[in-house]
Design a binder for this molecule. Structure first.
Ligand code: IMP
Ligand code: MG
Length: 184
């Protein structure tokens, strides 16, 4: 039951209402920039799933969708040194306009790795869109082209983001009570 996971929440960082509003704003920008481009969206799994599904349903024009799996955290709240890509693209993106979507940019290593992989296939243009940005933790030089919210140091879950593969289904972004990080 949702009540069962809600009791693990410490603090709501971004409310459902604020997320909905922000997704609307980002989609307006994307509509302006991509409505005539037959964009290919590349979503980084699994974290971007909820953001992606809300966002693309606000974008009423021709597009294609592909996914790349990335594995950074395992069951920890600090990143492993190396991001691992679990697959590459299935669609041909040569000379196409590509938009990469992720839930959050933190050190920037995941997005950078995906950008390197996508660039090999020679897209016409390549931009990035994230819901959350923890810019002070960046370890590579990279800023997203479209971004929802700046957030602080705390590890967050919900709206696609997980801890140990749970909490993705929470309808807002929140921190967990300290004791939740030690239980598996
Ligand atoms: P980066 O490679 O350090 O930029 O980390 C980005 C990836 O780590 C994202 O794709 C997220 O899935 C994951 N991540 C980073 N911060 C958090 C967090 O606070 N909660 C859940 N996942 C996170
Ligand atoms: Mg991720």
């Amino acid at each position: 039951m949702m009540e069962e996971i809600k009791k693990d929440i410490d603090k709501i960082i971004v409310s459902t209402e604020d997320i909905t509003k922000k997704v609307g704003e980002i989609s307006q920008k994307l509509i302006a920039d991509y409505k005539e481009k037959d964009v290919t969206i590349v979503a980084i799994l699994n974290g971007s799933l909820v953001f992606l599904s809300d966002l693309i349903r606000q974008m009423p024009f021709s597009m294609r969708l592909d996914t790349i799996g990335a594995d950074t955290y395992g069951s920890q709240t600090f990143p492993r040194t190396e991001t691992r890509l679990l697959n590459s693209l299935k669609l041909d993106i040569q000379d196409r306009d590509v938009l990469v979507i992720d839930d959050i940019i933190d050190t920037g290593k995941t997005l950078k790795k995906v950008i390197e992989d996508v660039t090999r296939y020679k897209p016409r243009s390549l931009k990035t869109c994230v819901l959350l940005n923890r810019s002070h933790r960046r370890q590579v030089e990279l800023e997203p082209d479209y971004c929802g919210f700046q957030i602080g140091d705390e590890f967050v879950v919900g709206y696609g983001l997980d801890f140990n593969n749970r909490y993705r289904n929470l309808p807002y972004i929140a921190t967990l009570k300290a004791e939740c990080y030690s239980k598996r």
